[in-house]
Design a protein around this ligand. Structure first.
Ligand code: FCB
Length: 450
């Protein structure tokens, strides 16, 4: 079927995404410094099965093959991240030319293959040396981030136009410093809130630096956004949904759009926010060209008060398939979210910088991987993107998470998100059905294909 309505705008960007620590490996080669994820994954008990990113997909050595793979699929854009400790092993100061050279070659290889690079500056691999100085809860890191931004955008900015400052600052701050499930593994709410502010400040300070160094730069920030739905019409469930929305979504969307930190959330943190200095909120407001959205699922928010006490039984339940992450497949949530971002927050350009699903894959006797659940996940979400575009939401591109099966943080290699299977013993790559389907969709600029 090929009706016109489901065709994407002709300049719609079809991409795939990865992140440095999750795929590169070569953790201690060519002078790369230690990152907080090396330290964390090398600490027994932190990552499932003791997995580490030491080798990961060995992309540091196999990048040429990975570019060929993308080219064979007709992928138009590749979102990857730069490992800060590869460029500045100590976080600031001495530069590693070998590190810069790796990204120079990668960028050249992509351009030769007609693939447009989208570079994320920070996808969670903070140099350990900076963590030792206090990490994101310390304001000192902000200057170091600006220094790093300056160096890498000078090096690549003649060829790379699309820059994403941060990936999911909520996860860096709250999963890393409050929940302790991610590096550096702290469990301290005050630290997390300070980390969050310093991440946003780093973003705001680096935007003008990128513009200075890159002609015609297209600059954005990527947030993880999860729509919240109250589990019942009860007041307490509605309150719960409002709070989680504030904690995960508004705490980042609001300061980035001039609304300041949401007072309900600040109050609930009981934090004096005394690390916010005069001028900071304006700095954070540095104009961006696009918002990057990572969308995976919605959340049904339930108050901690038991249903009996609430006098209101739960009325909203998960209805979609459940992925291996225990996330509900809910494409409509993406449509609703996109509407909110444009019509309420006023974003004028949006890229879906991540969307995808982990499902257990099986390799058949011919060595093939048929992954209909992942394929349908991607297809249904793309259709929602298209619907959003049709009501006037300016979505300019979509990046599948992920090109390759990779190191899924605290879950190690146990969760496979790739449209390409990676055998972690042999590093063999195998296209899954979802990759072949995605390639077809790209060719016709339409997700409504078999
Ligand atoms: C996002 C991360 C990405 C990947 C996906 C599954 O939160 O940005 O690195 O782990 O989740």
């Amino acid at each position: 079927m090929n009706n016109n309505k489901s065709i994407f705008p002709k300049d719609f960007v079809w991409g795939v995404a990865t992140a440095s620590y999750q795929i590169e490996g070569a953790w201690n080669e060519d002078g790369r410094g230690e990152s907080i994820w090396d330290r964390f994954s090398h600490t027994p008990g932190k990552v499932l099965n003791g997995d580490t990113g030491d080798t990961a997909c060995d992309h540091y050595h196999l990048w040429r093959d990975d570019i060929k793979l993308m080219k064979s699929l007709g992928i138009a854009a590749y979102r990857f991240s730069v490992a800060w400790p590869r460029v500045l092993p100590q976080g600031r100061g001495k530069i590693s030319e070998a590190g810069i050279d790796f990204y120079n070659q990668l960028v050249d290889g992509l351009l030769e293959a007609d693939i447009v690079p989208y570079v994320t500056l920070y996808h969670w691999d903070l140099p350990q040396a900076l963590e030792d100085e206090g990490g994101w809860p310390s304001r000192l890191v902000v200057d170091a981030f600006v220094e790093y931004t300056d160096i890498i955008t000078r090096a690549l900015g003649d060829r790379v136009k699309n820059w994403i400052t941060l990936n999911e600052p909520w996860v860096s701050a709250f999963v890393g410093y409050r929940d302790g499930r991610h590096a550096p593994g702290h469990m301290d709410l005050d630290k997390a809130v300070a980390a969050s502010h310093h991440l946003l400040l780093s973003h705001g300070r680096s935007v003008p630096v990128i513009r200075d160094n890159v002609k015609d730069a297209n600059v954005g920030i990527t947030l993880n956004l999860t729509p919240q739905v109250p589990a019942s019409p009860s007041v307490v469930d509605k309150k719960a949904a409002t709070w989680v929305d504030g904690y995960i979504n508004r705490f980042f969307l609001d300061p980035l759009t001039g609304r300041g930190y949401p007072q309900d959330i600040v109050n609930s943190f009981g934090n004096s926010m005394d690390f916010v200095q005069p001028g900071d909120m304006d700095t954070i407001l540095a104009p961006i060209d696009f918002l990057g959205v990572n969308y995976y699922t919605r959340n049904i928010a339930r108050s901690e008060i038991t249903p009996e006490e609430q006098n209101q039984p739960q009325t909203v339940f998960r209805e979609g398939a459940i992925t291996e992450m225990d996330w509900e497949v809910y494409p409509k949530g993406l449509y609703n979210l996109l509407g909110r971002l444009h019509f309420d927050y006023g974003f004028q350009s949006i890229f879906i910088t991540e969307n995808g699903a982990a499902f257990p894959d099986e390799v058949n006797s011919d060595g093939e991987v048929d992954d209909p659940a992942r394929l349908s996940y991607i297809k249904e979400h793309l259709k929602m993107v298209n619907e959003a575009i049709s009501i006037g939401v300016p979505v300019n591109g979509y990046f599948v998470w992920s090109l390759l099966d990779n190191f899924e943080w605290g879950f190690g290699y146990s969760k496979r998100f790739g449209i390409v299977r990676v055998d972690f013993e042999t590093q063999k790559r195998t296209l899954k059905s979802s990759a072949k389907w995605y390639s077809k969709a790209i060719q016709v600029n339409n997700a409504d294909v078999e």
